[in-house]
Ligand binder design. Sequence first.
Ligand code: GLN
Length: 478
Amino acid sequence: MSEIESIRKRMASSQHTARSVVEASVNAAEKLNDTLNAFLQIDRAGAVKRAEEIDKDSGPLAGIPIAIKDNICVQGMQTSCGSRILGDYHPPYDATVIERLLGAGAVVIGKTNCDEFAMGSSNENSAFGAVKNPWDTSRVPGGSSGGSAAAVAAGIVPVALGSDTGGSVRQPASLCGVVGLKPTYGRNSRYGLVAFASSLDQVGIFARNTEDVARVLGIIAGRDPHDATTADVPVPDYTPELSADLKGARLGFPKALFGEGLDAEVRASVESAVAVYRELGAEIVEVELPHAQYSIAVYYIIATAEASSNLARFDGVRYGFRAEDAPELRQMYRKTRDEGFGPEVKRRIMLGTYVLSAGYYEAYYHKAQQVRSLLKQDFQKAFERCDAIITPTSPTPAFLIGEKVDNPLAMYLNDIYTVTANLAGIPGLSVPCGLSAGRLPIGFQLLGSYWSEPTLFKLAHAYETAQPFTERPPIRSE
Ligand code: GLN
């Protein structure tokens, strides 16, 4: 059942006020932060003040506490991107998605921890310490939006926003046992989202059920004059589709992606989800994505190329941190960037600069763009035969903190199932489907064609109804 709906009902019957709901959420955030490190800022005073101005008629999200990844601008709060170079930078404006959430009555309670500039799959790249997985605090929550995923999994907030450039909403959602959406490219505005790789970035949504994700998407989606890449595609009411039945639905099964490198428990769990869909009346059709095998290589060329360009703006002049003892300008740039950026960000700037440099541009960047087009065509062909494709979200459940930090390639390979959606621009939704023997969440991913969010929601909701995921992590608010 929708948690947004149940909070609204409690407010309507005066069991709760916006203030009591928001205070409970802030209390939980403060109490659990020593253990989880999910928040970089908790704004008790601001949240309570705003909640006092809200009553049950303030909009579809009246009094709903929300956590925001610390790379999305919220006026009056910090935007650090998990980086020392931004430190306690305070943006002078709200991101468009924030403006729309606030317009609907939501209350932002804090900014969540993340990998530095959203680069990572484990949250260990944050300059402010790793986030812990509420299911097992010796393990990562996934990344890069790990703080948002952990906050929703632990029951601190019913909804959180993250950003997804190559899986940063879906992968942590999967590792933390919550639902996570990356919408179609152009569905949401990126205005006020600090850019990592502009042709891949989208703001995504975490919640504990599909219905809440659908409700929030309906509020934040749509054209924005501040972001020319938003599309002028009508925003439907995403909720009615939820109860539709699956008769006649065709679910694509890319068999080749269930092979090498996939953890046995994850495979078994996702295959049982496929069996559930079959029982619900969906037809399972085998599909092929012949270029998916190149997706990690293509992604790490394109994403780093775009990042090296986007991150050029952090020079010690315009934002946040500036190194001391650097009297000469070039020296100041160099020292600021050296002291301000962490090792993974530097690695990516160097990789990106390399693939864009004269002599290598054609061989790497240009080639990667060509393969990206082939991958898009793979999906187009596959979607002629099915309504959505099912894959695992992550090849393994949550790994141990420290397990992969010294091996960037092993870390990058985590993104094998998620980067394809960003490269193609299509939507992807991760849905929890079980626990491993070690009680770690496992998720499957649904991929759909452009603007097919309603189909993904319908499929996910049907699964949730047939096979509810009711387990809760040991670290949680009550
Ligand atoms: N893990 C991927 C990376 O490190 C994805 C990050 C993201 O989606 N922001 O690039």
